[in-house]
Design a protein around this ligand. Sequence first.
Ligand code: BV8
Ligand code: ZN
Length: 239
Amino acid sequence: MAPESPSIVILTGAGISKESGLDTFRDKDGIWSRVRLEDVATPAGFAADPRRVHGFYNARRRGLLDDAVRPNAAHRALAELEQGRPDDVLLVTQNIDNLHERAGQRNIIHMHGELLKARCAACGAVGECPDDLSVELACAACGGVGGMRPHVVWFGEMPLEMDRIYAALAACRLFLSIGTSGNVYPAAGFVAEARKVARAHTVELNLEPSEGASLFHEAIYGPASSVVPGYVAKLLDRD
Ligand code: BV8
Ligand code: ZN
C-alpha cells in the first residue's frame, strides 16, 4: 500500500541510468543531439510520422531489453533505502526505463510513462509492450488498428499522477533530485514546491550542477553510482 505521506520524496532523471548504458537527453552525445524532440516526442510529431516515432521508441525499447543493460549501484541503493524505511519513501522518476523496478524499488511513479507499456489512442487501454510497436498493430482490448502508441508522456501532454506527486511534495521532510538536468517542467519545479510548501531539506545528487542547482540546500556532485550509495548509507545509519 503506497504511503499516504512519505517523508522522503526522490526525483530521478536520465542521469541515474547513464552508467547502466542508457543515453541521457541533453549531454553532448545525448538523444536530443541525434534527433529533434519535436519530431519524436510530441503528439504533432506522432501524427505527422507515426512510423518515425515508432522506430525511435522501438530502438530504445530494444536497447533497454539488451542483456548488458542492468540496474547500477545507484538504483540498488535507492531500493535499499525504501527497504530500510518502509512506507517512508516515494520515488518519482522521469525515466521510462524499468531499472528502478529491476533493482527492487516498489513505490514508484513513472510521471513520463513507461517504455515497456503501450496505450491505445482509441480506447485508452494500457498494456505490457515488450515488442516493437507499429501502425499495423491492433489493440488487444478494442481491436482498433493504427492507434497504438508508446505509453509515454510527450511534450505538451500532462505528466501522470501529478496529484499524488504534489500531495507527497507538500508533506515531505527530505527531497532528493538525482541525475536530472532540471530542464523539463513540471518535474523541474518540484524542488521549489518541496521547499515552499513542506519546508523540506533539498539535496541534488548529479554529475554536475543542474539548471535548478541554486534551489537546493545541499549538493553532491559525481557519478550516481558513486555518490548515491554513500548518501543512502548515511541516511540509513542516521536513523
Ligand atoms: C506539460 C518522454 C502541461 C519520454 C519527456 C512550465 C510549466 C509546465 C510546462 C512547461 C513549462 N515550460 C515549458 C513547458 C513545456 C515542457 C517543457 O518543460 N519543456 C522544456 C524542454 C522547456 N513540458 C512539458 O511539455 C510537459 N508537459 O507541462 O504539460 C499541460 C498542462 C495542461 C494540460 C496538458 C499539458 C511534459 C514533459 C514530459 C516530456 N517527455 N520524455 C521519453 O522519450 O523519454 S521529457 C524527457 O526529459 C525525459 O522524460 C527525461 O527524463 C526528461 C528530463 O530530462 P533528464 O532526465 O533531466 O535528462 P537530461 O539529459 O536533461 O539530464 C541528465 C542529467 O544527468 C544531466 O544533468 C547530467 O549532468 C546528469 N548525468 C549524466 N551522467 C550522469 C549524470 N548524473 C549522475 N550520474 C551520471 N553518471
Ligand atoms: Zn483500444
